[in-house]
Design a protein around this ligand. Structure first.
Ligand code: PEP
Ligand code: MG
Length: 573
C-alpha cells in the first residue's frame, strides 16, 4: 500500500515494508484511538442503474418526484438543525435552504424538459452550480461539499436507497472521510465518534468547526487516510497531526487517558493570563455580534480583540443608518464597560465576506481586489459613517474602544485611517494581513497606536494560497516559517516602539503556537471564546524564556510539522 500524494511522500511516513503513520494539519488537540469508520459516500451504482430513468408520464411528473425528494432531504436537515446548537444549527439550516434553492430546481426542470431522467437531471444541475461556486472561490467554494451532499441525498431518495452519511458506530470509532458535510457531522455522539480525520479540508472547514464544537481531536488534509481499510486500529493525535497505525492497544489507551486528563486540567484554568514567571499576556475574544460578545464576556478574557463588524450585515441589502449601527455596536461594547476594552474592526467586506451594500460586483480576483479598507477609497462616506457610529456607541457605553482597519497595505493608508479614528477620540490601529504591512510594521507604528496581526489573511497572502482551498491546507498553515518570520518582524517592531502588537487570526487559538508568539514579543492573543482556557493554561506552564526558545525553534524549522514537533519537544508534550 504505497500512498503517494502529488508525486511526493507528503504527509506519509513509511518503513520499507509497511505504512506506519499518516499526517495532516492538526486542528483540534487531543488523542483518540479506535477503529476507522468510513462515511457512507456515494449511492450504489447498481441502485441507480435499477432505477434507470424512473417511470414518469412526463417531465412534470418527474419534477414532482424531485420536489418530493428535496422536501424530504430539506426536512431532514431542518430536523437535525433543530436538535443541534450554535454553528452546527446554522450550517444545517443553510443546507436546508440550499436544497430548496429555486435556481437549482429550475436547472433540474430544464434538464428534465430536455429529456434527461431524474438522476441525470439532478447531477447535471448540481454540476453546473458546483462550477459556478468553484469559480466564485472563497466561502462559496466551501459550499461545494454541501451541494454534493445534497445531490447524493436527493439521488438516494429518488432511487429508494438509505441516505448516505455516517453509519451508527457500534463502538468508539475514528470517523474518516474525504471531507465532511454539516449533515454528516451534526448529531454525532462524541462518546462514539472520538476523532475526525479528513483527506481534504482546511482549518476553517466545516469539519474543523464541528470538531471544535464537539471538543474531539481533529486532523484535516491527511493525504491517503481514506485508503485505510474500515476497522483499522489507529491513534489520532490532534496536536501533532498524526494518524498512527500499529500502536500497541495498551500504549494507545494510556495516551488517550493522559490526553483526557490534560484537557480536564486545561478546562479548569480561570485566568488572568500570564507566563509561569509572571509576564502578563492579554487574552481576548473574537466576536461577531452582541450575543457572542455577551457570552464571551463571561469567559476569562480581558476584552475583545476582534469584533468583525461585517458579520452583522451579511444579510443586509442596504447600509444601516448611523443610529442603527451605533445601537448594534453598543450591544457589543456594553458587556465590557467594566474596565475591559473592545477592538472594533471596520467593515471587512468583499472576497469571502460579500456584503450587498459595500462589495464590488464581478471582480476577477476578489481576494486581491477592493476589499476591507480599500472599499473606502471610492466610497469614503461608508467608513466615515461607520466611525461615527462606533464613536457614538463608545460614548454611550463608556467602554474603552479601539478601532482598526482591515487589509491595510501602505503607511499612508494607515496614517489616513489613524487620523480619522483619533479625530473621534478613539485609539487607532491597523491589521497586519498583507506582507507589506508586516515588513513596514515599524513605520506603521509611527502613525498608529497598535497593530493586530490577522494570521488567516497574512498566511493566505504570504503563501499565495487561498485560505479556503481544501487542497492547500499544508500551505495555508500559520506555522509556515515564512509566515512566522513576518509575525516576528511585526512583533519586534512593537517591542521597539513600546506599542501593543496582538494576533487575532486562528493562530492565536493554538496553544502550542501561542507560546512561540509570546516569545516573539506579541502582547495579546484574540480567539474564539472557547479556545481561551487551553491557551491560558498552556501559557501558565511556561516561562518567557521557554516562549523565546519556542519562537526560535518554530522560526528555524524547515516546515510546519517540524516546527510543531520542535515546540512540542521543548514544552515536554
Ligand atoms: C485574519 O485574516 O486573520 C483575520 C482575523 O480576519 P478575517 O479572518 O476576518 O479575515
Ligand atoms: Mg482577515
Amino acid at each position: 500500500m504505497l500512498l503517494v500524494n502529488r508525486g511526493v511522500f507528503y504527509g506519509v511516513s513509511m518503513t520499507t515494508s509497511a505504512l506506519t503513520s499518516l499526517s495532516g494539519t492538526p486542528v483540534v488537540p487531543g488523542v483518540a484511538a479506535g477503529p476507522v469508520l468510513h462515511v457512507r459516500g456515494e449511492v450504489s451504482p447498481e441502485a441507480i442503474a435499477r432505477y434507470g430513468e424512473g417511470d414518469f408520464a412526463d417531465a412534470d411528473a418527474a419534477l414532482a418526484a424531485y420536489d418530493e425528494a428535496v422536501a424530504a432531504v430539506a426536512d431532514t436537515f431542518s430536523a437535525k438543525a433543530a436538535a443541534a446548537q450554535g454553528a452546527a444549527a446554522e450550517v444545517l439550516t443553510a443546507s436546508a435552504g440550499l436544497a430548496r434553492d429555486k435556481g437549482l430546481r429550475s436547472g433540474v426542470a430544464k434538464n428534465l424538459q430536455a429529456g434527461h431522467g431524474p438522476v441525470a437531471a439532478v447531477q447535471g444541475a448540481v454540476d453546473q452550480f458546483v462550477t459556478i461556486f468553484t469559480n466564485m472561490g472563497g466561502l462559496m467554494a466551501e459550499r461545494v461539499t454541501d451541494l454534493r451532499d445534497i445531490e447524493r441525498r436527493v439521488v438516494a431518495h429518488l432511487v429508494g436507497e438509505p441516505a448516505p452519511g455516517v453509519p451508527t458506530p457500534t463502538e468508539p470509532s475514528i470517523l474518516v472521510a474525504e471531507d465532511l458535510a454539516p449533515s454528516d457531522t451534526s448529531g454525532l455522539d462524541p462518546r462514539l465518534v472520538t476523532a475526525l480525520v479528513t483527506e481534504r479540508g482546511g482549518a476553517t472547514s466545516h469539519t474543523a468547526i464541528i470538531a471544535r464544537q464537539l471538543g474531539i481531536p481533529c486532523v484535516v488534509g491527511a493525504a491517503g487516510v481514506t485508503q485505510l481499510s474500515s476497522g483499522t486500529f489507529v491513534v489520532v493525535d490532534g496536536e501533532a497531526g498524526t494518524i498512527e497505525l500499529g500502536t500497541d492497544p495498551g500504549e494507545a489507551r494510556a495516551r488517550v487517558e493522559e490526553s483526557r486528563r490534560l484537557r480536564e486540567e486545561l478546562a479548569s484554568w480561570s485566568g488572568p493570563a500570564s507566563t509561569a514567571d509572571g509576564l502578563p499576556v492579554k487574552l481576548l475574544a473574537n466576536v461577531a455580534d452582541g450575543a457572542s460578545a455577551e457570552s464571551a464576556s463571561a469567559e476569562p478574557v480581558q476584552g475583545v480583540g476582534l469584533f468583525r463588524t461585517e458579520l452583522c450585515f451579511l444579510d443586509r441589502k442596504d447600509e444601516p443608518s448611523v443610529q442603527e449601527q451605533a445601537e448594534i455596536y453598543a450591544g457589543v461594547l456594553a458587556p465590557y464597560s467594566d474596565g475591559r476594552h473592545v477592538v472594533v474592526r471596520t467593515l471587512d467586506a468583499g472576497s469571502d465576506k460579500p456584503i450587498a451594500f459595500a462589495t464590488h460586483e464581478g471582480e476577477e480576483n476578489p481576494a486581491l481586489g477592493v476589499r476591507g479598507l480599500r472599499l473606502s477609497f471610492g466610497n469614503p462616506g461608508l467608513m466615515e459613517r461607520q466611525l461615527d457610529a462606533i464613536a457614538t456607541a463608545a460614548e454611550r457605553t463608556g467602554t474603552e474602544t479601539w478601532v482598526m482597519a482591515p487589509m491595510v497595505a501602505t503607511v499612508a493608508e494607515a496614517a489616513d485611517f489613524s487620523a480619522a479614528v483619533r479625530g473621534r477620540g478613539l485609539k487607532a490601529g491597523v491589521m497586519v494581513e498583507i506582507p507589506s504591512a508586516a515588513l513596514l510594521a515599524h513605520r506603521m507604528l509611527e502613525v498608529v497606536d497598535f497593530l493586530s496581526i490577522g494570521t488567516n489573511d497574512l498566511t493566505q497572502y504570504a503563501m499565495a494560497a487561498d485560505r479556503m482551498a481544501t487542497d492547500l491546507a499544508h500551505l495555508t498553515d500559520p506555522w509556515q516559517p515564512a509566515v512566522l518570520q513576518l509575525i516576528a518582524i511585526t512583533a519586534h517592531a512593537g517591542t521597539e516602539a513600546g506599542k501593543p502588537v496582538g494576533v487575532c487570526g486562528e493562530a492565536a487559538a493554538d496553544p502550542l503556537l501561542a507560546t512561540a508568539l509570546i516569545g516573539m514579543g506579541i502582547t495579546s492573543l484574540s480567539m474564539a471564546a472557547r479556545a481561551v482556557r487551553p491557551v491560558g493554561a498552556q501559557l501558565a506552564k511556561v516561562t518567557f524564556e521557554t516562549c523565546e526558545a519556542a519562537a526560535e525553534a518554530a522560526l528555524g524549522a524547515p516546515d510546519p510539522m517540524a516546527g510543531r514537533a520542535a515546540v512540542r519537544e521543548l514544552l515536554g508534550h
